[in-house]
Design a binder for this molecule. Structure first.
Ligand SMILES: Nc1ncnc2c1ncn2[C@@H]1O[C@H](COP(=O)(O)OP(=O)(O)OP(=O)(O)O)[C@@H](O)[C@H]1O
Length: 603
C-alpha cells in the first residue's frame, strides 16, 4: 500500500509539480477556515452579550465575513484545481500504462486472462491515482479541521468531546472493512464485466455484423451479455445494501450524540453554566467535528479503496518483462549464413500439448524456404518463435550463430518483415495502412506508392475519393471529411491482403521475409501476380513462405513438410515428388482437385 501511495505521489509530482504546491496551500487554508468561523462566531456572540465596543464588534464581524467568504469560495477553487490535476495526472498515467504494455516484447501476457483483468482495472484506475493523492491530502486537511474543532469542543466539554470522538472509531473500522470488500468485489466481477463488454462489442462491430444477421444470433448474444450484466449487478447490489445498512447505523449514532449534546448545552446555558457564545461554539463544533470525523472516515475508506485499485495500475506498469531481455544485448549483424533451429520444443503453456517437438531446421541465408503441413501442424507457431514472440522451452534458435535470446527483440525484429496469416486491417487511412510497416519513413509518399505498386494495390488506393488519405473504414471519419462522413471506404478481403503485403514491402529490404499465407484470399490471377511480385522481392533475401496452395511453393529452394511438430520431409519440389511421400500426396490431392482424378499423377 505504501509503495502504491508513493507511486501515485511520484506520478503527481512529475505531472504537475507547481499545481501540487498551490493545491496544498489552498487545502490548508480551506481546512483552517471553518475553525476560524466557529471561533469568530463565539467571539461575536460573546461580545454582543456583554455589549463590547463598536470597534471590537466590527473587527470581529469583518473577520467572520472574510472567513465565511473563504469557506464558500475555496471549495470551488479546489474543484477546479482537482479537475486540472486530474487531467494532467491521467495524461501521465495513460502514457505510462501504454508504454508499459509496449515493454512486453512477447505475446504471452496478452493471452493470460488474469493479466487482462488486471489491465482492465488498471485502465479504469488511470485517474484513481490522482484521487489517492488528493484523498491523502484531504485526509490531512480533515485532520487539521478535526484537531481545531476538537480543541474548541474541549474548551466547552471534555466528556462530550470524548463521546463524539468515540463514535468515530467503529465508523472508521466499518468503513475500512467495507472498502476492502468493495475492492475484492470489483476484482471478482472482473471476468463477468469483461465478457459483458466482449458481447457488447460483438453486437456492434462490423466484423461480426454479417454472421450475427445471417445466423440470427443477435438475441442469443444479447441474452448472454445481459446474464453477465445481471451477475455483476447482483454483486454490486449486495455490496450497496451492506454499505447502506452500516452507514445508516453510523449516521443514526452520530445524530443521537449530536442531539444529546444539544439538549445538555441548552440546559447548561439555562442554569448559567455555559455562555450563549459557548452554546453557539458547541453547536458549531459538534456539527463540525462530526462532519470532519465523517469526512475523515469516508476519506480514509475511499483512499484505502483507491489504493487497492491503483495497485492494479502499479502492478501492470511495474510488471517484469515477459521475455528476458539481456542487460547487454549482442549486436545482430546482417544474416550471412543462416538461421539454425536446434532441438526446439515449444508449447503455449504447461497445460497445452507440445506444438513443436525437437524441431531441427536450418534456414540458409538468401534461400527461399517453404513450409507446408496440415492445419495445426505448427507452421505459424514456428514463425512466432522466429520473431521471438515466445521463447522455446527447450532448444535454441541462432542467427549466424548468435542465440536470438541474447539479442534485443527490437534489433531482431528490425531485420524481419512479413505478412501474418491474421494480418491487421487498421481503421486508418490508406497511407497509414501502408506506412505503419516502417513508421520512421511514414511521410515518404513516394515510398508508400512504390510499396503499394509492388503489391499491386497502387491503382486501387490512388483512385479512392481522397487518394491515399482516404480512410479505410466506415467506423470513423477524419476532420477533413466531417461534412461528408461517408468518404471512408471498405476494401475487399483480397485488397486488404495486398495492402498488408504493401506494408511488408514498405519496410524495405530486410534480412528475413516471412509470408504466412500471403495469398489465401486472392483470386487465381491475383495469387499468381502476388507470387511473382513476392518472388521478385524475396530474391536475395532469406524468405519463409507458408502456404496451403502447393503450386506457390514449388519453386522454393527448400520445402519443409511439418507434421506433429517435427520435420517429416524436406527437399526441393522435384525430389519430394520423386520420393512420393506426404508432400507428393498433398500436391496430388490438390492437383486432382483442379484437374480431376484422370489427370492426377499416379502414386
Ligand atoms: N496462442 C495460442 N495458445 C494456445 N494454443 C495455440 C495458440 N496458437 C496456436 N495454438 C495451437 O497450436 C497449434 C499449432 O497452431 P499453428 O497456428 O502454429 O498451426 P498452423 O500449422 O499454422 O495451422 P494452419 O495451417 O491452420 O494455419 C494448434 O493446435 C493451435 O490450436
Amino acid at each position: 500500500m505504501i509503495g502504491t501511495a508513493k507511486a501515485a505521489a511520484g506520478v503527481a509530482l512529475r505531472a504537475a509539480p507547481g499545481l501540487m504546491v498551490v493545491y496544498v496551500l489552498v487545502m490548508i487554508v480551506e481546512a483552517i477556515a471553518p475553525i476560524a468561523v466557529a471561533w469568530l462566531t463565539k467571539l461575536v456572540v460573546d461580545s454582543l452579550a456583554r455589549q463590547g465596543s463598536a470597534a471590537e464588534l466590527s473587527t470581529l464581524a469583518v473577520g467572520l465575513a472574510a472567513a465565511g467568504i473563504l469557506v464558500t469560495v475555496l471549495p470551488q477553487l479546489m474543484q477546479y484545481l482537482n479537475s486540472e490535476m486530474g487531467r494532467l495526472f491521467t495524461a501521465q498515467t495513460t502514457t505510462q500504462l501504454f508504454s508499459a504494455t509496449l515493454r512486453f516484447a512477447g505475446l504471452r501476457r496478452f493471452e493470460d486472462p488474469n493479466f487482462h483483468d488486471q489491465l482492465r482495472l488498471a485502465k479504469n484506475s488511470l485517474s484513481t491515482g490522482q484521487e489517492v493523492v488528493t484523498g491523502s491530502l484531504g485526509v490531512v486537511s480533515a485532520v487539521i479541521t478535526l484537531a481545531g474543532m476538537v480543541g474548541s469542543l474541549l474548551t466547552v466539554s471534555p466528556v462530550l468531546t470524548g463521546i463524539v470522538l468515540a463514535t468515530g472509531v467503529p465508523a472508521l473500522l466499518a468503513q475500512l472493512r467495507l472498502s476492502h470488500r468493495r475492492a475484492a468485489m470489483i476484482w471478482d466481477i472482473g471476468p463477468a464485466e469483461r465478457r459483458q463488454m466482449f458481447y457488447g462489442d460483438l453486437l456492434t462491430t462490423i466484423a461480426a455484423a454479417k454472421e450475427i444477421r445471417l445466423f440470427n444470433s443477435g438475441r442469443f448474444l444479447r441474452g448472454r451479455m445481459m446474464t453477465e450484466l445481471r451477475t455483476s449487478n447482483a454483486a454490486r447490489r449486495r455490496m450497496d445494501i451492506k454499505e447502506l445498512s452500516v452507514e445508516g447505523l453510523l449516521t443514526l449514532l452520530g445524530a443521537v450524540v449530536a442531539g444529546g449534546g444539544l439538549i445538555w448545552a441548552v440546559i447548561s446555558a439555562g442554569s448559567g453554566a455555559l455562555s450563549i457564545g459557548d452554546v453557539s461554539l458547541l453547536i458549531a463544533a459538534i456539527g463540525a467535528v462530526q462532519a470532519a470525523l465523517n469526512g475523515l472516515i469516508i476519506g480514509i475508506a475511499a483512499l484505502h479503496q483507491d489504493l487497492l485499485m491503483f495497485g492494479h495500475y502499479v502492478a501492470v506498469t511495474s510488471a517484469e518483462p515477459d521475455l528476458p531481455i539481456p542487460a547487454e544485448p549482442a549486436p545482430l549483424p546482417r544474416l550471412r549464413h543462416g538461421i539454425q533451429l536446434t532441438d526446439v520444443w515449444f508449447r503455449y503453456s504447461e497445460d497445452h500439448p507440445w506444438i513443436l517437438r525437437g524441431l531441427n531446421l536450418f534456414i540458409p541465408a538468401a534461400a527461399s524456404v517453404a513450409i507446408v503441413g496440415l492445419n495445426g501442424a505448427g507452421k505459424s507457431t514456428l514463425v512466432k518463435l522466429l520473431c521471438r514472440f515466445y521463447d522455446p522451452q527447450h532448444g535454441s534458435i541462432t542467427w549466424d550463430g548468435v542465440d536470438i535470446r541474447d539479442v534485443h527483440p527490437d534489433d531482431l525484429r528490425h531485420r524481419i518483415s512479413g505478412v501474418f496469416q491474421d494480418h491487421m486491417a487498421y481503421d486508418m487511412s490508406a497511407a497509414d495502412n501502408v506506412s505503419i510497416g516502417f513508421v520512421p519513413a511514414r511521410e515518404d509518399e513516394t515510398r508508400i506508392r512504390g510499396a503499394a505498386h509492388e503489391a499491386g494495390i497502387d491503382d486501387k488506393l490512388s483512385s479512392l475519393p481522397r487518394g491515399y488519405d482516404t480512410l479505410l473504414t466506415r467506423t470513423f471519419f477524419s476532420e477533413d471529411d466531417k461534412d461528408a462522413p461517408d468518404t471512408g471506404v471498405m476494401l475487399s478481403g483480397g485488397q486488404w491482403q495486398r495492402t498488408a503485403l504493401a506494408r511488408a514491402m514498405f519496410r524495405g529490404h530486410r534480412d528475413l521475409v516471412i509470408l504466412d499465407e500471403p495469398s489465401a484470399g486472392l483470386d487465381p490471377e491475383a495469387e499468381a501476380d502476388v507470387h511473382t511480385r513476392t518472388r521478385r522481392r524475396r530474391h536475395g533475401a532469406t524468405s519463409l513462405l507458408i502456404s496451403h496452395r502447393l503450386n506457390t511453393v514449388r519453386d522454393a529452394d527448400l520445402i519443409i513438410v511439418l507434421e506433429d511438430g517435427a520435420i517429416r520431409e524436406a527437399g526441393k519440389h522435384d525430389a519430394l515428388m520423386a520420393v512420393r511421400g506426404p508432400y507428393a500426396r498433398l500436391f496430388n490431392l490438390q492437383a486432382t482437385g483442379y484437374r480431376g482424378p484422370e489427370e492426377a499423377v499416379a502414386l
